[in-house]
Each structure stands twice: as C-alpha cells, then as structure tokens.
Design a protein around this ligand. Structure first.
Ligand code: HAM
Length: 416
C-alpha cells in the first residue's frame, strides 16, 4: 500500500471540524482587527526566500523543498508566508493605494525538518502582517490579537516571550561582542554553529543543541547594546502590554530562526505541547520590503502554527463531529427515489439530512441513525405513503409525531 510521505499528514473528519472552528473564530477576529485576506501561491522563485529568510538560516540551508521546474527555473515550496506577502505588496504596488495594509493568509508551508510531534514537513500557518506602521503599538496590537484568540479558543497555558533585536545602528555592536564571546568557545559548539558563528553569530543563540545552549547561558545580551531609539521602542511595548494586563517575559535568547527581524520579536509559548512549544511567532521586519525592491516601509507580523494550535484545542474537545439534523429511514426500495427527492430538497433548505440506500430493516436503519447521532428520524414505508403521513421521531426525547406527506419538506422543517 502506498503511504503518505514522512512528515506529511492527513487531517481526517472528526479533527477537521476543529480546524474549521479555529479558522472561523480566527478569521472573524482578524477581520474585527481590520485585516483583509490575501491568497498567495505555494511556490515562488527560490531567491525570494533565500534573500528574505537569510542564506545562513536552517530553513534556507537545509530545510527548503527546492527543485528545478521543467523550464529549468529554481523554485521552492514556501517555507513561510511573510516573504510572499511582501513580494505581493511590492509587485502589485499595494503601498501606492494605501501604505498601511493589514493582510492575513492561511495555508500550508513546507520545511524538510526532522519530523516529530508538533513538527511536520507540511504544516499550516495563519499569518498576519501589518505594513506601513512604525509605531511599537502595532506590535502590541498583534500580541493582544494572539492572546485574545487563544482565550476565545479556551487555550490557557500560554505565555508571551518578547525580545528586541535592535536595528542596523545598534546590532553590529552586539554582533561584535557576541563574535568575541564565541571566539574562545568554538570547540564546544555544534558543527553548524562553529561554521556559522562568524558570518551570523545570532544563529548560535537560536541553536537548540544542548551543548550550544549551555555554552550560551552567559552570552552577552542584546538589551545592553540597544540604541536609545530601540530601547525606547521596546520600553513602550512592555509598558503597553502591562497596561493591557498581558503577561509576558523578556527572553534574551529569542532571536527567531529567520534573519529579517529587527526590534521587537515575540513568541507565544505553551506548556501543553512538549518540545515544540512555540504556537505562534513573529516580530518586526522593517527592512524587508526595501530589501526586496520596494519602498522603505516598516512592517511587523506573526504566524500561528495551525497544527500546534489544533493539537492544543483538541486536548479540550477530543472530537467534534457535525451530526445530521434528520435521518430518513425508508422501507422498501420502491420508495427510495421519492425519499431521496425529499433528502435533496431538505439539503437545499440547509437541513443536514442523511438516508440509507441499502434497503435494510427498520431496526438496522434506526441503529445507524443512532450511531450517526441524528437528532430526528423520519420513518417512511408503504403504509405511510398509502395513509399520506410519515412518522417523525425525536431521537433525544423519543417522542413520535405523524406528519403529512403532502408538503413534507416544509412540514419537516417546521418541526425540527
Ligand atoms: P516561524 O517561527 O518560523 O515564523 O513559524 C511560526 C510558527 O509556525 C511556529 O511558532 C510554529 O508554531 C509553526 N511551525 C513552524 N515550523 C513548523 C513545523 N515544521 N511544523 C509545525 N509547525 C511549525 C515564521 O514563519 C514567520 N514567517 C512569522 C512571521 C510573520 N514573522 C513576521 N510575520
């Protein structure tokens, strides 16, 4: 039997309903916060991701699904959505109509990581990006949005981790200090970090290898190197989060796995997921639009890991299945076409109706209706058709009423 690809997964009925519920609540909240949906392709020129995410990151170095298409172009299945949304913002000159754009997108991303619980090779993200606002208040707005969403989904075991990555003015000072710090420690670092430490020392802070983590415990903190503007910006984020009663921790290790960030970065972490504890991550990336050929435009955003969020929500609701409003139990194959017409008419009116096409006994059809958790059953056989009335049974109260077959669809709708 052909199995699915390692790290990919099916989302089956029973679980899909949780995803639909999350999506409905999230989209409604994003729209309340002024976001508009954008749909972007799942494949882009490789260069877009290499330039945005950074050549020295794990994603670009070893996790992208990159190949030459039939015309020989180097293309990549998107590992994230921010770069594509920036490309669309620039390509369609959205900034010319209105520089401030709040955009969201939901869809699959692809990273060839080592699969484990909460980490997949195809996973889904809910992305929200704000272009054209430099104020740190919009970083706070994004965190408020995330915490509101988690509270609406009854997800409580979460904490916002925040950090500042400074700006092109102050980060070089920190990088130099970090490079000095790392110079004497090369032999204790993993081979990846030993190789990258001079070109991109920030990546070492993000490394999950225990030896590197231990080595970095005493590393310099970017907080000590922030320029007055970055410091003021970060203070404003903290003060406004406090004013809104949003709990957070300042986490100096939070450099994120993508190179485009500056100033405030954040992650929402949870205790419910084990090792893969980040359920959402984001931050400011003020230089990226310009870097990709657009105007000098500040930007900030986040992505929620949909799979991880669904996993936490599922801990609260083990199974969420939509049940039929009515099951049509039809006796005698000769009556199936007529009852099938009713079933279709009920469906058109928005009633979830099911029927059995096998011609089995009433007892086994009732069993099936019970198993499907149908709220009502309509029983129709030769006798009912002759007498001009069918039996409607309420499966919860077990009450049965007789309803006229003439105008049956309206009669059923009136009784449900
Ligand atoms: P990221 O931290 O790489 O950021 O991913 C965001 C979230 O996607 C993570 O917190 C996690 O929940 C989920 N995620 C990432 N990789 C996997 C995986 N292999 N399996 C399951 N879930 C995963 C970004 O992608 C940035 N583009 C976020 C952003 C938007 N920054 C600014 N705007």
């Amino acid at each position: 039997m052909i199995q699915l690809i390692k790290g990919f997964k099916d989302i089956l009925p029973g679980e899909v309903e949780i995803w639909q519920q999350i999506e409905k609540i999230t989209v409604s909240l994003l729209e309340d916060f002024g976001f508009k949906e954008i749909r972007i392709p799942i494949m882009e020129h490789t260069e877009l991701f290499a330039r945005s995410i950074g050549e020295d990151t794990d994603i670009v170095e070893k996790e992208m699904y990159t190949f030459r298409d039939r015309s020989g172009d180097l293309v990549t299945l998107r590992p994230e959505a921010t770069a594509s949304i920036c490309r669309a913002y620039i390509q369609h000159k959205l900034f010319a109509k209105e520089p401030v754009q709040k955009l969201f997108t939901i869809g699959p991303m692809f990273r060839c990581e080592k699969p484990q619980k909460g980490r997949y090779r195809q996973f889904y993200q809910i992305n929200a990006e704000i272009f054209g606002v430099a104020s740190p208040l919009v970083d706070v707005e994004l965190i408020v949005l995330l915490t509101t969403l988690f509270s609406r989904l009854s997800v409580s075991d979460i904490k916002a981790h925040i950090n500042s990555l400074g700006c092109p003015e102050c980060r070089p000072g920190f990088k130099a200090a970090l490079t000095d710090f790392l110079a004497s420690r090369t032999e204790n670092l993993c081979s990846n970090c030993a190789r990258r430490k001079d070109r991109n020392p920030l990546r070492v802070l993000d490394c999950k290898v225990p030896g590197c983590r231990e080595e970095m415990a005493e590393s310099p903190s970017l907080m000590d190197y922030l320029c007055p503007e970055c410091l003021q910006d970060f203070e404003s984020v903290k003060t406004n989060l406090e004013a809104l009663n949003i709990p957070f921790v300042v986490d100096k290790r939070l450099v994120r796995g993508l190179d485009y960030y500056n100033r405030t970065t954040f992650e929402i972490q949870t205790g419910s997921l084990g090792a893969q504890n980040a359920v959402a991550g984001g931050g400011r990336y003020d230089g990226l639009v310009k870097e990709l050929g657009g105007p000098d435009m500040p930007a900030t955003g986040f992505a929620i890991g949909f799979d991880r969020l669904a996993e936490i929500v599922r801990l609260n609701i083990p199974e969420y299945v939509k049940t039929p409003d009515i099951f049509l139990a039809v006796l005698g194959k000769q009556n199936q076409s007529l009852v099938f017409e009713w079933k279709c008419a009920l469906g058109i009116k928005g009633v979830k109706a099911e029927m059995d096409f096998s011609g089995r006994s009433l007892k086994s059809q009732m069993k099936r209706a019970d198993k499907m958790k149908a709220k009502h059953v309509l029983i129709v056989g030769d006798n009912e058709i002759k007498e001009g009335s069918a039996i409607l049974r309420n499966m919860v109260t077990k009450e049965q009423v007789s309803i006229p077959i003439n105008g049956i669809v309206e009669n059923v709708v009136a009784k449900l």
